[in-house]
Design a protein. Structure first.
Length: 222
């Protein structure tokens, strides 16, 4: 069974969260931070609004490889704070090399997710799209420990087609961003002015991810 949800940032402006919940949305991911310095100006309002309307909520960080992964993870955690048992896990949104090599970007992803695991006490989820991720696939083919580490993480996949492509090393998606609000069967969301990203969550994954999980083994662990 698939569960409907959205993800938002300051681009949506002010949101009427009770209307969103009344329209059948069950969960929402909220942009918290980007890089080292950027905090989404609507994060606090959206984070509280989700909870107040009874939605399951999760926070994401837009990652920028090339600047310190630990510092970005700390900024993310300092902004979001401790997650509750009914919150979704923290998410790394990775969709740019940010002028890094693919090798350096992959190592950055591994460093950031490991740091976020420790800070939040939860297994960090990865958001990406197949087009970007193909930059990293050849390196992952040579780095089985890194591939195993990432495969253990839930995948939030962006792919605006009827049959999404799941990139290696994952076998399936946990959450699928199937539309930016204007294509692939998107519908207006009450309480949100204009287009908004729309998602499906696998029900079993959604239920399992709203309780704390042990972080995956570190790269190179037996």
């Amino acid at each position: 069974m698939l569960v409907p949800g959205i993800d938002v940032s300051h681009y949506q402006g002010a949101i009427d969260w009770p209307q969103v919940a009344g329209g059948g949305v069950v969960f929402c991911f909220v942009k918290a931070t980007e890089g080292i310095y950027v905090v989404d100006p609507f994060f606090k309002e959206n984070w509280a609004g989700c909870a107040g309307a009874g939605l399951l909520r999760g926070a994401y960080h837009f990652g920028r490889p090339g600047t310190d992964a630990q510092t970005q993870a700390q900024q993310f955690f300092s902004t979001v704070g401790t997650l509750g048992p009914h919150d979704l896990p923290p998410v790394l949104d990775i969709e740019t090399l940010n002028q890094c090599s693919a090798e350096d970007a992959l190592q950055w992803v591994l460093d950031f997710t490991a740091a976020a695991d420790t800070l939040f006490g939860r297994r960090t989820m990865v958001y990406t799209d197949d087009g970007f991720w193909q930059n990293l696939v050849p390196i992952l083919a040579r780095e089985p420990a890194a591939a195993r580490s990432l495969a253990a993480r839930p995948l939030w996949l962006a792919d605006y087609v009827a049959d999404p492509t799941v990139p290696s090393p994952w076998q399936a998606w946990s959450c699928w961003q199937y539309s930016d609000g204007s294509v692939n069967g998107a519908t207006p969301v009450p309480g949100v002015a204009g287009d908004v990203d729309q998602n499906w969550f696998q029900q079993a994954d959604l239920e399992s991810l709203t309780s704390p999980l042990p972080p995956p083994q570190a790269q190179g662990s037996p």
